[in-house]
Design a protein around this ligand. Structure first.
Ligand code: ADP
Ligand code: ADP
Length: 232
C-alpha cells in the first residue's frame, strides 16, 4: 500500500546541509500496522512527512496504492492526499471550531454537501466515542478526546492510509492505551493501513505488525514485531 523507493531527503545545501533521510526503502502492505522507531533526530518525522509529501523527498519515489505521488502535479497530488489521513502529537485541531466542525473540515474543503458531511461525520463521532461532544470546542476536551477528534477528522475523507506522527507522545499511559486500541479497531474494522512513528518502544510492541528502526537517517532494521524484539 505504501512504497518508499530509495527515498532521500536533504535539508538546505552546502556545508550546513542536513541529510535527514538516506536511501530509504520501505514497503507497508495493505492492512498492516507498521511502526518506525528511532531516537530524537534520527529522521522519523521527516520520513512520515515524506509519505504524503508534506516534505518533498530530494530523491526517490513515493508510491501509495499504486500511484506515484512523487510524479504528480499539484492538482493530482491534492486529490491523492485524500488517500492519506494524518494525526499529530499535538492534535492540530482548530480551536475556534466545534468537534463536529473540525471533523467536517476536510469534507467541506472537498466541496461535499451538508448532508453528505452529516452522514460521514456522525458515524465517525460514534466510532471514536465522541457522539456527545459534537458541540464542544477543543479547549473543553482532554488530550485523549482531542486525539480522537483528530482521528475522526483524519478518517473523514475515507483514506486508505493513516499516518501517525508521535500520536500518543503527549498522552499519559492510560490514554495512550485507549488511543492505541482505537487505532487497532480502525485497522481491523476499516482495513486501514497504518504507518506510525514513535520513540516509545511500548507503542510498537502493543499494536504494530512490523517495525523499522531508523538511525541517523537510515532504515537499519525492518522486521516482524516478534522477530524484532526477540533478536539477539
Ligand atoms: P526525528 O523525528 O526522528 O526526531 P527529524 O526528522 O525531525 O527526526 O530530524 C532529522 C534531522 O533533520 C535532524 O538532524 C533535524 O535537525 C533535521 N531537520 C528536521 N527538519 C528540518 C528542517 N525543516 N530544516 C533543517 N533541518 C531539519
Ligand atoms: P456506506 O456503504 O454506508 O458508505 P461503509 O460500509 O462503507 O458505509 O462504512 C461503514 C461506516 O464506516 C460508514 O459510516 C463510514 O463512514 C465508515 N467508514 C468506512 N470506511 C471508512 C474509512 N476508510 N475511513 C473512515 N470511515 C470509514
Amino acid at each position: 500500500m505504501i512504497t518508499l523507493d530509495n527515498v532521500s531527503k536533504t535539508y538546505g545545501s552546502g556545508p550546513g546541509a542536513v541529510q535527514a533521510l538516506k536511501e530509504i526503502d520501505l514497503q507497508v502492505p495493505k492492512g498492516t500496522i507498521h511502526g518506525v522507531i528511532g531516537l530524537s533526530g534520527a529522521g522519523k518525522s521527516t520520513l512520515i512527512r515524506c509519505v504524503n509529501l508534506l516534505e518533498r523527498p530530494t530523491a526517490g519515489r513515493v508510491i501509495i496504492d499504486g500511484q506515484e505521488l512523487t510524479a504528480m502535479d499539484a492538482a493530482a497530488l491534492r486529490q491523492a492526499r485524500h488517500q492519506c489521513g494524518m494525526i499529530f502529537q499535538h492534535f492540530n485541531l482548530l480551536t475556534n471550531r466545534t468537534v463536529y466542525d473540525n471533523v467536517a473540515l476536510p469534507l467541506e474543503l472537498m466541496g461535499q454537501s451538508r448532508q453528505v458531511i452529516r452522514e460521514r461525520v456522525l458515524p465517525l463521532l460514534d466510532m471514536t466515542g465522541l457522539a456527545d461532544k459534537a458541540k464542544q470546542y477543543p479547549a473543553q476536551l482532554s488530550g485523549g478526546q482531542k486525539q480522537r477528534v483528530a482521528i475522526a477528522r483524519a478518517l473523514a475523507s475515507r483514506p486508505k492510509v493513516l499516518l501517525c506522527d508521535e500520536a500518543t507522545s503527549a498522552l499519559d499511559p492510560q490514554t495512550t492505551a485507549s488511543i492505541l486500541s482505537l487505532l487497532q479497531e480502525i485497522n481491523q474494522q476499516l482495513g486501514l493501513t497504518i504507518l506510525l512513528i514513535t520513540h516509545e518502544m511500548e507503542v510498537v510492541k502493543t499494536i504494530c505488525h512490523r517495525v523499522g528502526l531508523i538511525s541517523d537517517g537510515r532504515l537499519v532494521e525492518d522486521a516482524d514485531v516478534g522477530d524484532f524484539f526477540t533478536a539477539p
